[in-house]
Design a protein around this ligand. Structure first.
Ligand SMILES: C[S@@+](CC[C@H](N)C(=O)[O-])C[C@H]1O[C@@H](n2cnc3c(N)ncnc32)[C@H](O)[C@@H]1O
Length: 272
């Protein structure tokens, strides 16, 4: 696809970008040579890296379906939503309940533009630009407060985005700020890059982490305990707790397709 037809002005296409790299990892088309070269470097270290992305994405789909089907949730705020790909939140949710409403939020202008273009004819889904490090600007954004009903439960997704938030930005307090805006019975849907399980794997992971240091979005690896610590006591982490993505309410058919990926840590929590 010709870049100048879909790249918003001011986007730097000379450094790899997390949303475009992830788009490429999932087989998408909104990425550049620099993103593809970056992903190939990651894949040299982790040939199975695309499976981590797929396991994460499959979890997102299962969690959204479960929330609509079993918990009756019809409102979603997807922060760090990425460039639209297969199985976007509104597609999964609206397949179960066509009234389901979704607001997508991303820091990357390409992700926002592409989401807007996909949602042109969908009155029940919007995309806005926002930074998770400024959560109040997200929850008080005109298009969020006018579109989502904060007097009813909302599921806030932070899927594969929290590992781009360094400790200095205090991710626990960012999540708490979002939590304060939510009614009891609202949900958090989380996933996070976790540590490799062997010494040799940890070394490769450290090399990959150093690669990300050269991008605008360095990665922080957190283990299950550290992920739990990001969620304050106003939320209850639901069974099965923090687990690898494929173990969260697995779908037997999917599990057969994607082998277990222990570094894709996930958890779903409910506001008390
Ligand atoms: C790996 S993608 C995940 C996309 C999607 N949530 C998923 O799991 O399939 C991470 C996304 O987070 C976005 N992102 C990174 N830092 C962010 C921030 N501070 N605020 C909002 N979005 C951010 C990136 O632009 C990218 O689109």
């Amino acid at each position: 696809m010709e870049p100048n037809t879909w790249v918003p002005e001011g986007v730097d296409i000379t450094v790899p970008n997390a949303s475009r790299v992830y788009d490429y990892a999932l087989g998408g088309m909104h990425n550049f040579t620099v993103d593809r070269a970056f992903w190939h470097q990651v894949q040299e270290l982790f040939p199975e890296a695309h499976l981590v992305a797929r396991a994460n994405r499959a979890y997102l789909g299962r969690a959204v379906r479960w929330l609509v089907e079993e918990q009756g949730v019809t409102q979603f705020l997807d922060i760090g939503s990425g460039i639209p790909t297969l199985g976007n939140v509104h597609e999964v949710a609206q397949e179960v309940d066509p009234r389901a409403r979704v607001v997508y939020v991303d820091i990357d202008p390409i992700a926002v533009e592409q989401s807007r273009s996909l949602l042109r004819d969908n009155p029940n889904a919007h995309a806005i630009r926002g930074d998770l490090r400024d959560p109040d600007a997200i929850v008080w954004h005109d298009q969020v407060i006018s579109f989502l009903d904060f007097s009813r439960p909302i599921a806030v997704l932070m899927v594969a985005v929290l590992h781009f938030i360094p400790d200095e930005a205090d991710p626990r307090s960012l999540i708490s700020r979002i939590g304060m805006a939510l009614m009891p019975g609202s949900f958090l849907v989380l996933s996070h890059a976790g540590p490799e399980v062997t010494e040799e794997g940890l070394q490769r992971q450290e090399t990959a982490r150093q690669l990300y240091e050269k991008t605008p979005t360095p990665v922080v690896i957190r283990d299950g305990r550290q992920l739990l610590d990001l969620v304050d006591d106003s939320f209850e982490v639901l069974e099965p707790g923090v687990v690898a993505a494929d173990q969260w309410r697995p779908d037997p058919e999917e599990t057969a397709e994607i082998p277990p990926q222990p570094t894709a840590l996930v958890a779903v929590a409910r506001r008390r």
